[in-house]
Design a protein around this ligand. Structure first.
Ligand SMILES: [Zn+2]
Length: 260
């Protein structure tokens, strides 16, 4: 993708480009631009443009980018179509319309106002156990809520928070600040393991299968889940039924035996 240019753009759902004054303003900002590189930040993708700006793609709950041939029929919820000089189209599809596209200034996500609320990326080398310990220190909020707070750590949703706590053997009832150094190290390893594994098997599709990877396939991660959406089923490690109950207003899956 790194050498492709956007030869034309059309917006079929104006809400998807709501950050711009009008769909025409968005089309003008991307047409003729070359895509130099693609980066990911939390639940967003950045297409670095040769104008010095970036096309920020917020995936939201269910958004995805797919490459199509121009004569492929538009699948439902296709909101933006970018024609590439390669003869293909890059299409933004978002059934729940929480996501969107916007041209933002610069190439460096660290300086983007639009992304300023994201904490560190858990798969970055800079995300060490010491960094995680610093994030958690002194917090009385439960560990699960902190893991899912995008301003603390980027890109961890409910599934990955449930699964990481299970792998680390830490109860979601615990407050974030109560973890020992050993537990922080285990949680750090578990977060990385769960995210890396998810990427390897192309993401997770929940029961409504709204999530697809960029090739349109349903993800395979759900077949490897230990606790998420397994309420009442036996723990894969100890056989105890998995619990699913609200903790500080948030429902969480966990094994009451394996997670302390
Ligand atoms: Zn168990």
């Amino acid at each position: 993708m790194s050498s492709y240019s956007i030869t034309a753009a059309r917006v079929t759902h104006p809400r998807a480009v709501r950050g711009h004054g009008s769909p025409a303003a968005f089309v003008a900002a991307v047409t003729g631009r070359r895509i130099l590189d693609v980066r990911r930040r939390g639940k967003a993708l950045l297409l670095l443009l040769d104008s010095g700006d970036s096309l920020l793609v917020r995936l939201g709950m269910s958004g995805r980018l797919q490459v199509h041939a121009p004569d492929d029929p538009l699948i439902p919820h296709t909101h933006v179509v970018l024609a590439l000089d390669a003869g293909t189209e890059l299409r933004f599809i978002d059934p729940r319309t929480f996501g969107g596209m916007a041209v933002v200034t610069g190439h460096d996500p660290a300086f983007m106002r639009e992304l300023g609320h994201y904490g560190p990326e858990p798969l970055d080398d800079a995300f060490t156990p010491a960094v995680l310990a610093e994030i958690l220190a002194g917090l009385r909020t439960n560990i699960q809520a902190v893991l899912m707070d995008q301003s603390k750590i980027a890109g961890i949703g409910k599934i990955y928070a449930d699964e990481a706590c299970f792998l680390a053997g830490i109860s979601p009832l615990r407050s974030a600040g109560s973890l020992s150094p050993d537990e922080v190290t285990r949680l750090h390893a578990a977060i990385r393991q769960v995210l890396a594994h998810s990427i390897e098997v192309r993401g997770t599709s929940s029961k409504d299968a709204a999530y697809r990877d960029s090739g349109g396939e349903v993800g395979g991660f759900q077949h490897h889940l230990h606790v998420y959406q397994r309420a009442g089923l036996p723990c894969r490690v100890c056989g105890t039924p998995i619990e699913y109950r609200p903790i500080q207003g948030r429902r969480m899956h966990f094994c009451p035996h394996c997670q302390k």
